[in-house]
Design a protein around this ligand. Structure first.
Ligand code: NDP
Ligand code: 2IT
Length: 448
């Protein structure tokens, strides 16, 4: 039985994890042919099994005095090349299969950054939406009360993801510091006054745009004047739009889980400021953007539609920046039909396997999440370096390192894809380059 069948039989409910594993297994077949030592050491069998899974009860009290119980997780997937590193997601959809897929992808992504970080992911099925600050604080404190036993600046360093931003990292850090009686770089994405790095909030979105610019450059194109479809309106989407505007791109869509905005004239700096204030301070919904700017059209989600109309507008670039499997086969077909040149994945695994095949067949530039959104964790790695040195670099320094890292990841993917006979297949390039680095380290370290 092959490894893919085995993980499906073992954990039949973890469909997102199966999807992520299948993609990597397909890419690395030629590597296993060339490296019998990886086969005989059963690297693949070992790499799909988390080193450790922690699941715990998170009890907390709401403002009315009622008690709630959520489920907390941390998947410590692989520590071959550094301490476990990866975000925390707070969203009602969180379950073991989703976090295992995210932790699995994180291992290869982190290897691509060239920084010494292993892979992990965690979170809870808690929904911060509609909760008061005090409720979010109590939840974060309860979550950290347990998580603190398992993490540390040289062991496991969590950060943000969906539903975990600066506010949540603050409450989590405060509780960790109190329990451990140590001020250490145990989390990244910290506030600037207390150990955070400049450019960390911007890093994933900026990195995804730098990656798109590199892909376009490989075909003699630029982002200048290009119409861009963005999904999501959170951390990644906002800074994707910011960098696009700076580089002359024209963002025309963004969304939340209730609906999406199409702004024919494009989001400019002033409109983006409004959106950031709406989302980050007032914690409002994107619908309000269309109430403020009459040229924008709001379309609520239609649960009966089999495709997402956001992806059915004429555009040159797409930056999925919301969540997994948000581009299905129909959406990918619409993007290609409408003349898309490049897709750069800010979100993790936003494209279904059917969608990916359509991108491959069309020959468009397709930058998979592991490579395209690695800017966030890269700057997290730089935050860890700055914390270790007990100093902070200026924004220009962090940004130029981020740019260099994204350029290198792009080149690594391009060269690896070419070497294995699938030119411009960035999926194969990313999976193979990430896998070989981690596999080699596991081999060097023996059976542990
Ligand atoms: P945020 O919580 O800041 O924003 C998430 C956005 O996506 C919101 O607009 C949210 O809408 C929307 N969204 C989330 N879940 C769903 C869903 N199930 N259906 C529809 N819309 C949804 O998260 P981030 O911007 O940090 O994360 C976005 C993506 O980027 C995720 O896939 C994450 O894993 C990935 N990523 C994040 C990194 C980071 O540094 N933050 C690094 C690398 C990848 P709503 O408000 O309605 O929930
Ligand atoms: O998916 C990701 O790479 C993240 N959510 C960021 C992880 C990190 O440790 O900064």
């Amino acid at each position: 039985m092959d490894i893919y069948e085995r993980i499906k039989n073992r954990d039949p409910n973890e469909t997102e994890f199966h999807q992520a594993v299948f993609e990597v297994v397909e890419s690395i077949k030629p590597v296993l042919e060339m490296h019998p030592e990886f086969r005989s050491a059963n690297i693949l069998e070992r790499i799909v099994e988390p080193e450790r899974v922690i699941m715990f009860r998170v009890p907390w009290m709401d403002d009315g005095g009622d008690i709630h119980v959520n489920r907390g997780f941390r998947i410590e997937m692989n520590s071959a090349i550094g301490p476990y590193k990866g975000g925390l997601r707070f969203h009602p959809s969180v379950n073991l299969g989703i976090l295992k897929f995210l932790a699995f992808e994180q291992v290869f992504k982190n290897a691509l950054t060239t920084l010494p970080m292993g892979g992990g992911k965690g979170g809870a099925d808690f929904d911060p939406k509609g909760k008061s600050n005090e409720e979010v604080q109590r939840f974060c404190q309860s979550f950290m009360l347990e998580l603190a036993r398992h993490i540390g600046p040289n062991t496991d360093v969590p950060a943000g993801d969906i539903g975990v931003g600066a506010r949540e990292i603050g409450y989590l850090f405060g509780m960790y510091k109190k329990i451990s009686n140590e001020f250490t770089g145990v989390l990244t994405g910290k506030g600037l006054n207390w150990g955070g790095s400049l450019i960390r909030p911007e890093a994933t979105g900026y990195g995804s745009v730098y990656f798109a610019a590199e892909m376009l450059n490989a075909r003699g194109e630029t982002l200048e004047g290009r119409r861009c479809l963005i999904s999501g309106s959170g951390n990644v989407a906002q800074y994707t739009m910011e960098k696009l505007i700076e580089l002359g791109g024209i963002p025309v869509t963004f969304s939340d889980s209730n609906g999406y905005i199409y702004d024919e004239k494009g989001v400019d700096r002033e409109k983006l400021d409004f959106l950031m204030e709406l989302k980050n301070i007032r914690r409002g919904r994107v619908r309000e953007y269309a109430e403020k700017y009459s040229e924008a059209v709001y379309t609520p989600v239609d649960p009966d539609l089999k495709y997402n109309p956001l992806w059915d507008h004429a555009a040159h670039c797409a930056f999925p920046s919301a969540t997994q499997n948000e581009i299905n086969g129909i959406d990918a077909g619409n993007l290609v039909k409408n003349g898309i040149l490049v897709v750069s994945e800010g979100a993790n695994m936003p494209t279904t396997p059917e969608g990916m095949n359509i991108f491959f067949d069309s020959g468009i530039l397709y930058g998979p999440a592991k490579a395209a959104n690695a800017g966030g964790v890269s700057v997290s790695g730089l935050e860890m370096s700055q914390n270790s040195m007990r100093l902070g670099w200026p924004a220009e320094e962090v940004d130029s390192r981020l740019k260099m890292i994204m350029k290198n990841i792009h080149k690594t993917c391009l060269d690896t894809a070419e070497y294995y006979g699938t030119p411009f297949n960035y999926v194969n390039g990313a999976n193979i380059a990430g896998f070989v680095k981690v596999a080699q380290a596991m081999l060097d370290q023996g059976l542990v």
